[in-house]
Design a protein around this ligand. Structure first.
Ligand SMILES: *[C@@H]1O[C@H](CO)[C@@H](O)[C@H](O)[C@H]1NC(C)=O
Ligand SMILES: *[C@@H]1O[C@H](CO)[C@@H](O)[C@H](O)[C@H]1NC(C)=O
Ligand SMILES: *[C@@H]1O[C@H](CO)[C@@H](O)[C@H](O)[C@H]1NC(C)=O
Ligand SMILES: *[C@@H]1O[C@H](CO)[C@@H](O)[C@H](O)[C@H]1NC(C)=O
Ligand SMILES: *[C@@H]1O[C@H](CO)[C@@H](O)[C@H](O)[C@H]1NC(C)=O
Ligand SMILES: *[C@@H]1O[C@H](CO)[C@@H](O)[C@H](O)[C@H]1NC(C)=O
Ligand SMILES: *[C@@H]1O[C@H](CO)[C@@H](O)[C@H](O)[C@H]1NC(C)=O
Length: 428
């Protein structure tokens, strides 16, 4: 790497830096260090005060844990926990037992001032796909429209997704493409805490958060085989103020995916692999409008994933992905460690170049180290229609496995600060 190039880079950097600095200062304000933990501890303080909560044990409502359908018993217990009083309640799934649950929705609004779903035992999904397909059902376990819900307890949710994977059109191209259930779905929940659970072998996505606000997710252990198609770990859409921390995710698709309508999302202390990495998007499919902003991804370790940190948008979309920071990340044998792809195309049909694109701007990559399994360590492929603007690359050190790695970009404005290896150059 030439000294002149470095010098040139710092001159370019200095002229743009004040604006960047301003943005960085903003991002500190946007993600105050204490926000997550404070919200949690004040919640807990409030929960611990007063008399003990009312405990509703699913076994007292007829759950048998003997391989028969326990869904009705769970729903009866939920009605009790939700509406028996305006006091706080605990919905208890006892330890050491395995319950079979068919697709089920636990709904609010509830009279209870707060509900803790204490899942200590194991919940199993039916392995037969016709349970969903014959009745046109979606998802497996849904919590919907609830304020002040906590789901925790150290238990396991097993999606038994094998039949979905082998019949997927991604696995067997002669099969029709059908959308499979998400194992654990939260929709329209506010002040939601999800922690200390194992979610495994989902039919498709493991955990999804949609139309929710003030969400704290931590200590989730998510696993599925690396070949299982579309088994995202945690999927966030249309949600605000979401914190995801201390999770270990090993699946066949994105460890974490953040899609349209998501703002103020903080992802920290994540182990990811195998899988497709941590993704913003895909955005803008079918010419749709998309918006993701103010995302911070930090302290992640990625091992053997196909992508590291990725922003993916389809041709022809509208809207924007902006103010996104990836920092303090370790890559180990990751095929595409850093990537922006504005020509994303996950379709059997070819995706032609179009006039519009989801704008990608103010994206920062800082302190990202490790190894790339491919020659291309960093790639910013932007569209001619809407260039990527304000990409900051700072203190990057990525090497190929036994060879040099490259950083290249097209249709993007890049600022390189600190040490940057490989140095980024425009692709001709
Ligand atoms: C299981 O129980 C639920 C609730 O009663 C019912 O809706 C569903 O059809 C049952 N499923 C099977 C496969 O028995
Ligand atoms: C609880 O009560 C509210 C208000 O009456 C009602 O809308 C809701 O459906 C009830 N939830 C359950 C689970 O019974
Ligand atoms: C799945 O359920 C359907 C309908 O109940 C039944 O016809 C089929 O034999 C079941 N498949 C397996 C593999 O058990
Ligand atoms: C793919 O599906 C077809 C049609 O159901 C089936 O005949 C074939 O054995 C499947 N292939 C694999 C690899 O499972
Ligand atoms: C785009 O639209 C087509 C046709 O309506 C639909 O089949 C496809 O699933 C959509 N794709 C996405 C990614 O939403
Ligand atoms: C790196 O990953 C590739 C597949 O992406 C694999 O073939 C190779 O063995 C891995 N190397 C190491 C050192 O783990
Ligand atoms: C970059 O933009 C030009 C038009 O400005 C376009 O011809 C070219 O295909 C774009 N590059 C890529 C990789 O999309």
């Amino acid at each position: 790497m030439g000294l002149e190039r470095l010098l040139l880079a710092s001159i370019v950097a200095m002229s743009i830096f004040p604006r960047m600095l301003l943005n960085l200062a903003n991002s500190e304000k946007i993600f105050p260090e204490a926000e997550g933990p404070t919200a949690e501890s004040s919640d807990e303080l409030w929960l611990r005060s007063g008399p003990p909560p009312r405990v509703v044990d699913v076994d007292d409502y007829g759950a048998e844990a003997n391989g028969c359908n326990d869904t009705e018993a769970f729903l009866a217990a939920w009605r009790e926990a939700c509406n028996a009083s305006d006091y706080r309640s605990v919905f208890l799934v006892p330890e050491g037992k395995t319950y079979l649950l068919t697709p089920v929705s636990f709904r609010g609004p509830c009279r209870a001032s707060s509900i803790t779903a204490m899942i200590k035992g194991t919940l199993e999904a039916p392995s037969n796909r016709s349970v969903w397909l014959d009745h046109d059902l979606q998802d497996w376990i849904t919590f919907e429209g609830i304020d002040r819900l906590r789901v925790l307890g150290g238990g396991t949710l097993n999606g038994n997704g094998q039949q979905w994977w082998i019949n997927s059109c991604k696995f067997n191209t002669s099969m029709p493409c059908v959308t499979g259930p998400t194992a654990l779905y939260f929709r329209r929940c506010t002040h939601l805490i999800v922690e200390d659970l194992e979610v495994r072998d989902s039919m498709q996505m493991h955990v999804a958060i949609a139309y929710s606000w003030k969400v704290l997710i931590s200590k989730l252990f998510i696993t599925a085989p690396g070949w299982s198609p579309n088994t995202d770990g945690i999927h966030v859409s249309n949600s605000k103020e979401v914190s995801i921390s201390d999770c270990s995710i090993s699946t066949g698709d994105d460890c974490i995916s953040i899609v349209t309508g998501s703002m103020f999302v903080r992802v920290t202390d994540i182990f990811c692999g195998p899988g497709h990495g941590i993704s913003i998007g895909s955005l803008g499919a079918n010419s749709s409008w998309a918006h993701v902003s103010d995302v911070l991804v930090e302290k992640a370790t990625l091992l053997g994933t196909t992508n590291g940190v990725r922003i993916k948008t389809w041709q022809g979309g509208h809207g924007y992905a902006e103010r996104i920071t990836f920092q303090d990340i370790s890559m180990n044998n990751v095929t595409n460690p850093i990537i922006i792809d504005q020509n994303y195309c996950d379709s059997k049909k070819r995706c032609d170049e179009q006039e519009s694109a989801v704008a990608v701007r103010d994206i920062r990559y800082r302190n990202i180290h490790g190894t790339s399994a491919s020659k291309v360590a960093v790639s910013f492929i932007c569209s001619g229609a809407v260039r990527c603007d304000g990409i900051l690359v700072q203190d990057i050190y990525l090497v190929g496995e036994g060879r040099y790695a490259t950083c290249s970009y097209t249709n993007a404005t890049i600022v390189q600060l600190g040490y940057s290896f490989p140095f980024c150059s425009a692709e001709m």
